[in-house]
Design a protein around this ligand. Structure first.
Ligand code: MCN
Length: 764
């Protein structure tokens, strides 16, 4: 089934937050810090306030007593310092881009002009950019936290000392994973409108869902959640970066209430780069103890996460997720992982597609290749010796996760089959003989998807048989209108076109959780199923009553409800729907109407997995690494819509390739973000994307009625690890065992040049 929502998008009929225009609406723009770390000695805004059409200029002092700081999540087992992100900086700024003041004006252009009339006196302090240096505590970002550590997590499982004592070899690796930006097409934005008569704040925001940010807004404003109607209009991509309430959006809400007029805030691209939370940013020191045959006996890892200046609501989640996945897909009997999340003078981090899983896969899979090289064992063979076998599920990974189901070896074998692994090795030997730098890399990944948070759904069947589904999951590109309609069509035997899917409005569905952690099908879809089963049961009872049959004797065949064995004694779906609203046609005691609510919670996360393989050739003249082959086999349990699932894999793979080859948020020594436009932050273009082969295998999850797991992040997880292994494999004959991401042409060229592999000018 092709995506039904696309026509609307392609014809320009979508409505994004900036399309919302309300009568009397004011415009809000934000004055941001231009320095990385400083005390604020004065903010001079009188000249701006005097400008015509400027309604207000506000600073932190104006918010005193009106807002609480943004709350933040602390994953189970972690400890965090209470350093929430302020809505506006009060005495000190801690990153370039931090909001200091806001201008409210009749138009956006007036508000932007007014920014130039505000001057800020900074007394600068030293920036703090390297997370490892931050640990030394020479510069303190928050005076109460003497070592700059804002987050701690640690776990040990098995006999770690014994593992390292008895090991034949101990292999060590050090890794640096740069920060990335999510770069959605549509930046962040919000519109707030307050109705004092009914005491209701209506809030449109480019968010991943209405529920989590509404809870945050409710907390910040000290306003009951049911006095806030949170609407998520169409969203032009989020990739994890719109999972929490932006501090700037709080300003729109506060000012709409104070001034009694609607307020719009929409950031520009540069602000999105500087002030939307970034992803990744993790350093790791890892050692693996192995026996002579390459069996991994134990793993020790020390992770240092570059959290940025404050904790936004989801800042702690990705690094803890990475830490909890450090045993990857392997049956490692002992593990000890320590995570320190440290403060730096950068925008806080948060989830970006994969959110901790790409980091874990990259580190673990590079380690496995290091071990293979150390022992002279083929990396695929080494993986086969260590993968968790299918009969050991549910599997306790020693770090707090219980993997629900899996068949990792099959995915690995299939992906090797897709690229013709053995043949590629033969080819590689030939290419190496010709002096070419060809490398082959594989990765096997597991991800934590879904969450324990329950999801809510409502299904209503109208008297004419049309069906509306409300879901707490809220698509921002994933195609839920199609997928959820398909689930309804399958259960009720109707045409998907008879189904309307509604999402993203807390006024229509007051309870819900949202779209993150690739959970919408697994949890949201299962909530829809719960509601549909109730509808089915009620319709079967009505049909049995009208057809004078026993309830068990009603069969659903091709959109009709018939008596088993007598196909002519039947009613159509709309006939039964109509009867549901007529009291006289119902069994005695049955209430009229055909609506049901469904609620579903997983007993624990589900664990999709897969394998990825890449063949790469590095051109020594330019350092350019070309992907010759790329293949992925992903297992998301039962797949609902293979076309959309493959679209998800391909989209995420492109982002994974971007991480591998190009993307990095680069700061200079003063803490200025150098990559603050698309000229400097090099997203892949369509022409840069190689052909790829994508296949699915299905190992159903026992944890939900669909047997489904998530697929929305898969490509971003397995790809960087496989590509990294391929690049290092290409360079291995030169004695290179590690290069940090991203593998840009200048970086690889520089390495080759330093090894004397190139002639030519010294600089380029
Ligand atoms: N699907 C399926 N069968 C399954 C699982 C998924 O057919 N067993 C298909 C469905 O068509 C579903 C889609 O894959 O609509 C994604 O479903 P799921 O894996 O449940 O993920 P979510 O819908 O919860 O999406 C979240 C996930 C995440 S965490 C990020 S980040 C992300 C992503 O999805 N951001 C995206 N995909 C994105 N795609 C777009 N276009 N834009 C984003 O911002």
């Amino acid at each position: 089934l092709r995506r039904t929502e696309d026509i609307r998008f392609l014809e320009g009929r979508a409505r994004y937050v900036d399309d919302i225009v309300l009568p009397g609406m004011l415009h809000l723009v934000v004055l941001r810090s231009t320095v990385a770390h400083a005390d604020l000695r004065g903010i001079h805004a009188e000249a701006a306030r005097r400008l015509p059409e400027v309604v207000a200029v506000i600073t932190a002092a104006d918010l005193a007593g009106r807002v609480h700081p943004l709350p933040f999540n602390v994953p189970e087992g972690a400890r965090a310092a209470p350093v929430p992100h302020p809505i506006l900086a009060r005495e000190r700024v801690r990153y370039v881009g931090e909001p200091i003041a806001a201008v409210l004006a009749e138009s956006r252009s007036v508000a932007l002009d007014a920014l130039d009339h505000i001057s800020v006196e900074y007394e600068t302090r030293p920036p703090l950019l390297d997370p490892r240096q931050a640990l030394q505590g020479h510069v303190l970002l928050h005076d109460a936290w003497g070592d700059n550590v804002l987050l701690r997590w640690q776990r040990t499982g098995g006999d770690i000392a014994g593992a390292f004592r008895t090991a034949a070899r101990v292999v060590r690796g050090t890794f640096h994973i740069p920060r990335l930006v999510a770069a959605p097409l549509e930046p962040r934005g919000a519109v707030a409108s307050f109705d004092p008569v009914i005491d209701l704040l209506t809030f449109w925001c480019s968010s991943q869902d209405p529920y989590r940010p509404r809870a945050q807004l409710s907390h910040v404003l000290d306003r009951p959640a049911d006095r806030i109607r949170y609407i998520v209009p169409d969203v032009g991509g989020a990739f994890g970066s719109k999972g929490t309430l932006p501090p700037e959006a709080v300003l729109a809400a506060v000012l709409a209430i104070i001034h009694g007029r609607p307020v719009k805030w929409v950031e520009d691209r540069r602000e999105n780069f500087a002030a939307a939370y970034q992803g990744r940013g993790l350093d790791a020191d890892v050692e693996m103890a192995v026996d002579r045959d390459g069996r991994i006996l134990g793993l020790r890892a020390r992770l240092v996460a570059d959290l940025g200046a404050y904790l936004l609501p989801l800042t702690p989640v990705p690094p803890v997720t990475a830490a909890m996945l450090m045993t990857g897909v392997y049956a490692i009997p002992a593990a000890e992982v320590q995570l320190l999340g440290v403060a730096t003078t950068k925008v806080p981090t948060g989830p970006y597609r994969g959110a901790g899983r790409p980091e874990a896969a990259y580190i673990v899979e590079q380690m496995v290749d290091l071990v293979a090289r150390d022992l002279g064992i083929d990396p695929v063979e080494l993986r086969r010796r260590n993968l968790i076998p299918p009969d050991r599920f549910p599997y306790d990974n020693l770090l707090g996760y219980l993997y629900d189901s899996g068949d990792y070896g099959r995915a690995l074998d299939r992906v090797c089959g897709l690229i013709g692994y053995d043949r590629q090795r033969v080819e590689q030997r030939r290419a190496r003989g010709e002096g070419r730098l060809v490398g082959i890399g594989v990765s096997v990944y597991v991800e934590r998807a879904g969450e324990r948070l329950p999801e809510h759904a409502r299904v209503a069947v109208e008297p004419d048989g049309r069906i509306t589904v409300w879901s707490g999951s809220t698509a921002h590109g994933q195609g839920h209108e199609t997928t959820f309609a398909q689930i309804v069509a399958d259960v009720l035997g109707v045409d998907p076109q008879a189904v309307t899917v509604r999402q993203g409005d807390s006024g229509a569905l007051p309870r819900g959780a949202g779209t993150f952690a690739s959970r919408s099908v697994t949890v949201g879809g299962s909530a829809v199923i719960q509601a549909l089963w109730q509808i089915r049961t009620k319709m079967s009872a009505i049909a049995a009553h009208l057809l004078e049959a026993a309830g068990d004797d009603v069969e659903w065949v091709n959109g009709r409800l018939c008596v088993r064995g007598s196909p002519t004694r039947a009613l159509t779906f709309p006939e039964v729907a109509a009867a549901a609203y007529q009291q006289t046609r119902l069994p005695s005691g049955m209430a009229p109407g055909l609506e049901a609510d469904g609620e579903f919670a997983l007993p624990g996360p589900v664990f999709p997995f897969g394998a990825c393989a890449a063949v790469v050739e590095i051109k020594p003249e330019t350092g350019d690494a070309q992907v010759l082959r790329l293949a992925a086999v992903d297992d998301a349990g039962r797949v609902i819509n293979p076309l959309l699932a493959e679209g998800q894999v391909r989209g995420a793979t492109v982002q994974g390739l971007g991480q591998a080859f190009r993307e990095e948020a680069v700061y200079d020594d003063a803490g200025q973000l150098l990559t603050a436009t698309f000229t400097d932050y090099a997203l892949l273009r369509a022409g840069d994307v190689p052909a790829m082969e994508s296949e699915f295998q299905e190992t159903p999850s026992p944890f939900n009625p669909l047997g489904a797991k998530g697929i929305g992040e898969a490509g971003a997880i397995g790809t960087p690890a496989a590509v990294a292994n391929a690049v290092i494999d290409a360079l291995a004959p030169l004695g290179i065992t590690h290069v940090d991401l991203p593998f840009t042409a200048p970086k690889l060229w520089g390495i080759l040049r330093s090894l004397g592999r190139l002639s030519g000018p010294a600089t380029r």
